[in-house]
Write a new protein. Structure first.
Length: 234
């Protein structure tokens, strides 16, 4: 599903994903988010050979890269799920910042960097275990424009933790019921992949997202005032 092209046509420069973490503030415009999503989609299709019907499990804390990669999965028509979802048992790959938390995972493991500028795990001074792919270097060599097959909104994009299947059309309908067009949503951290997807819903209505790892109500209200947004409760 091509979520970002309509946004790129109308306003490529405005921030669409802003994160506040221990590493500081990071802001991605629509153009930057689309660039990373294209790289992610190309990696799913070209490197992993995935497409509609395939599932990638995601276990990653609140940060900009997991969010961008979920949008990249959707670009290729690949669904995402949490590791607690029944669909995780048939997932073709795992995106995680902590491979040690999944010692029995028997398909592709892609280790996400927590570096704020997207450096690889090894480049940032960390260790990558044998058999685990350091994802950032693989992403950087992917094309800046998505080159895989087109997919529509009828593709399943989320397998929920309780076993449900959610299409792109379902997500758009859910977003329209929750957010006005152009909403700038300010929210706290996600707990799992279902929460990550909920965080991204404003993008379906030409909106933008500000997400903070600090979910103290006063902190979120301060960010809403600073970022000219509206707090969205979890």
């Amino acid at each position: 599903m091509d979520l970002l092209s309509p946004i790129l046509r109308t306003d490529a420069a405005s921030p669409r994903l802003t994160t506040y973490t221990d590493a500081g503030r990071m802001e991605l415009s629509a153009a930057t988010l689309a660039n990373w999503a294209a790289k992610g989609g190309n990696l799913m299709v070209g490197h992993l050979g995935l497409g509609p019907g395939d599932v990638v499990a995601v276990d990653a804390p609140t940060d900009w890269m997991p969010a961008a990669l979920v949008v990249g999965c959707w670009r290729a028509g690949v669904a995402v799920c949490s590791t607690s979802s029944p669909a995780a048992g048939s997932a073709a790959a795992l995106l995680t910042t902590d491979p040690d938390a999944h010692p029995d995972w028997d398909t592709e493991v892609l280790q996400l960097s927590t570096d704020p500028f997207g450096r690889g795990v090894a480049e940032a001074g960390g260790e990558v275990e044998f058999g685990v792919t350091d994802l950032s270097p693989e992403l950087r060599v992917q094309g800046d424009r998505y080159a895989g097959p087109k997919t529509g909104e009828d593709a399943v994009l989320l397998h929920t933790a309780d076993g449900g299947q959610v299409t792109g059309a379902d997500l758009r309908q859910r977003a329209a019921g929750l957010f006005s067009p152009g909403t700038r949503s300010v929210t706290g951290p996600w707990d799992d992949t279902d929460g990550l997807v909920t965080t991204l819903l404003p993008l379906f209505v030409d909106g933008s997202v500000v997400v903070s790892t600090d979910d103290d109500p006063s902190r979120l209200e301060h960010l809403a005032a600073t970022e000219l947004g509206t707090v969205t409760p979890r």
